[in-house]
Design a protein around this ligand. Structure first.
Ligand code: ADP
Ligand code: MG
Length: 454
C-alpha cells in the first residue's frame, strides 16, 4: 500500500469495500449512509471518511466504527483507523422512488412519488385463516380511516402479504373517498428523505409534507428500530403522533410485533401497541393452492390442479417465493405454448424450496398460555368442571391446539382431561363458527395466536 493514494484510487478503495460493509452493517444502513460517503484522505493508517450529515456521522461513529475499520483493514491488509467528517454540498443521491401517493391531490414536489402497485388490491388478496383477522381489520380501516383502529399494526415474516395488505388499504381508501390523501412509504425511504432534508436544511418542509396526509401507510418499520438513530425514530414518532392526534389513519407493517421491536422510545412502542395489532401467518396448503390459482388466472392461465398442488406443497413459508415458482412455470408455458408435464415442472422448480418452520408450540404450551390469558386455572381447564367460565377457555384452547399442532382429536381429548373426540370437535367447531360472526372472538383468537407464535 503506497503512503498516499490518488483520489480515484480512494474512490476505488471505497467501492471495493462497500459489498463487505453492506454485509457487516446491513444493506439498508449501507445504502442510506455509506454508499454516498467518500474517502477524503488515507495515509495508509488513518482514513478520513466524508459523510453526508451530522446524523450519519454520529450514527456511524456510534454503531459501526469498528465494523468499518475492520472491513477496511482487511482490504488493505493492515490496521486502519477511521475518522469521519461531515462534507457539505455532496452530490445528491437520487431519492428512492418509494413514496406512493394516489393522485387525488397533487403531491408536494421533491418527494418522488409513484402510484401504488395496481395488483395489490383486496380483490387479489386470498383470505384464509392465516390472514382473516388482518384482512378484516384492514377492510374496516379502509372504510373509516382514522375512526376505527388507529394505528393499525400488521406484522409477519417476509413474503406473507404485509405490503400487499398495506397497499390494498390504500387502494380501497381512495375508492371509497377519492379526496383523501394516501401516502405509502417504506420506513427506509422515510429515513433517507429525513436525512436528505437535514442535509439540505429542509426539515421544516419535510414535516409540513405530512400535514395533509389522511392515510399514512408505513412499510417495514423494523428498519427504523434497527438503525438506532435517535433522530429518525424521533422524527417518525413526531409524524406518527401528529397524524394520530388529528385522527388521521396510520397503518404500519413490520417483521416483528411492537413488543419485539428494538425501539428506544418506550412511548412509541406503547402507542404502537395501543391500536390494533394483527399478524399474517403462513398459509396452509389449500390456501397456497388458491393463491396460485388466482395468480395463474391473472396471468391468463388455467393450470391443472396437479401442478398447482405440486408447487404449493413444495413451497411452504413464503408467498413471494411461491409466486416466483409459478411465474417460472408460466414463462415456460408462454415460451413453448404448451402445458408442461408434472415432471417438467418438478425439474423447472427444483431449486425452489422453503420448508415451513417447525411448529414449536405444544398442546401444553397452548393450554397454559390460554389459561393464563383468560384467567382460568389450568387444573380447571384440564379437569371435569363444566361451568361456562371454564368451558369457554377450554374450547378456545382446544381450537388453538387443533390449529397450531398436529395432534389427533383423540390425543387432544386425552390431554384435556380425557374428553372424547366428539367433545373436542364440538369445541373446535363452536369457536370456528364464532370466528365467522363475532368480532370479539376474532380478536381474542388472533391475540392468542400471535402470543403463542412469537
Ligand atoms: P411482505 O410484505 O410480507 O414481505 P408481500 O406483501 O410483498 O409480503 O407479498 C409477497 C407476494 O405474495 C406478493 O406478490 C403478494 O401479492 C402475494 N401475496 C401475499 N399474501 C397474499 C394473499 N393472501 N393472497 C394473494 N397474494 C398474496
Ligand atoms: Mg413487504
Amino acid at each position: 500500500m503506497p503512503e498516499t493514494i490518488s483520489s480515484s484510487g480512494l474512490a476505488e478503495l471505497w467501492q471495493s469495500a462497500l459489498p463487505q460493509l453492506a454485509e457487516s452493517v446491513g444493506h439498508a444502513a449501507c445504502d442510506s449512509f455509506l454508499r454516498s460517503a467518500q474517502v477524503l484522505e488515507f495515509d495508509g493508517e488513518t482514513l478520513l471518511l466524508g459523510v453526508a450529515n451530522e446524523f450519519a456521522r454520529d450514527w456511524l461513529r456510534e454503531k459501526h466504527l469498528p465494523a468499518i475499520s475492520s472491513c477496511l483493514s482487511e482490504l488493505v491488509e493492515k490496521p486502519v483507523r477511521v475518522e469521519m467528517q461531515v462534507v457539505e454540498h455532496q452530490v445528491h443521491q437520487p431519492m428512492p422512488q418509494t413514496v406512493h401517493t394516489v393522485p387525488a391531490k397533487p403531491v408536494a414536489t421533491g418527494f418522488g412519488s409513484v402510484p401504488l402497485n395496481p395488483k395489490y388490491t383486496f380483490e387479489n388478496f386470498v383470505v384464509a385463516d392465516c390472514n382473516r383477522f388482518a384482512h378484516a381489520a384492514g377492510q374496516q380501516v379502509s372504510k373509516s380511516p382514522g375512526k376505527s383502529y388507529n394505528p393499525f399494526f400488521i406484522h409477519s415474516k417476509v413474503g406473507l402479504g404485509k405490503t400487499h395488505l398495506l397497499q390494498a388499504i390504500g387502494h380501497a381508501v381512495v375508492e371509497h373517498n377519492p379526496n383523501l390523501q394516501v401516502v405509502y412509504i417504506s420506513a427506509e425511504s422515510f429515513v433517507n428523505q429525513l436525512i436528505g432534508s437535514m442535509r439540505d436544511n429542509r426539515t421544516a418542509q419535510f414535516r409540513r409534507r405530512y400535514r395533509n396526509v389522511d392515510v399514512w401507510l408505513v412499510d417495514d418499520i423494523q428498519f427504523i428500530a434497527a438503525i438506532k438513530g435517535p433522530a429518525s425514530e424521533e422524527e417518525f414518532f413526531h409524524t406518527f403522533n401528529t397524524l394520530c392526534e388529528t385522527n388521521k389513519q396510520v397503518v404500519i407493517a413490520s417483521d416483528a410485533p411492537p413488543r419485539h421491536l428494538q425501539l428506544m422510545n418506550d412511548r412509541l412502542r406503547s402507542r404502537l401497541e395501543m391500536g390494533i395489532v394483527a399478524d399474517l401467518r403462513c398459509p396452509d396448503v389449500e390456501t397456497r393452492i388458491a393463491i396460485l390459482d388466482k395468480r395463474a388466472q391473472s396471468e391468463g392461465l388455467n393450470l391443472p390442479l396437479e401442478i398447482l398442488t405440486y408447487i404449493a406443497e413444495k413451497i411452504e413459508s413464503n408467498i413471494r417465493v411461491l409466486e416466483g415458482a409459478l411465474l417460472k412455470v408460466c414463462a415456460q408455458i408462454s415460451l413453448t405454448d404448451e402445458q408442461p408435464t408434472l415432471s417438467a415442472v418438478e425439474e423447472l422448480i427444483a431449486d425452489y424450496s422453503t420448508a415451513a418452520a417447525p411448529r414449536l408450540v405444544s398442546v401444553r404450551d397452548i393450554a397454559e398460555y390460554v389459561a393464563d390469558q383468560m384467567d382460568c386455572p389450568l387444573e380447571d381447564m384440564l379437569g371435569p368442571k363444566r361451568n361456562q367460565e371454564i368451558v369457554w377457555p377450554r374450547q378456545v384452547a382446544v381450537y388453538l391446539a387443533r390449529e397450531l399442532t398436529n395432534n389427533s382429536l383423540a390425543n387432544t381429548g386425552d390431554f384435556f382431561g380425557g374428553r372424547d373426540h366428539s367433545t373436542i370437535l364440538h369445541g373446535y367447531n363452536k369457536v370456528s363458527e364464532l370466528l365467522e360472526t363475532d368480532e370479539e372472538v376474532l380478536w381474542l383468537i388472533n391475540d392468542l395466536k400471535s402470543g403463542l407464535q412469537t
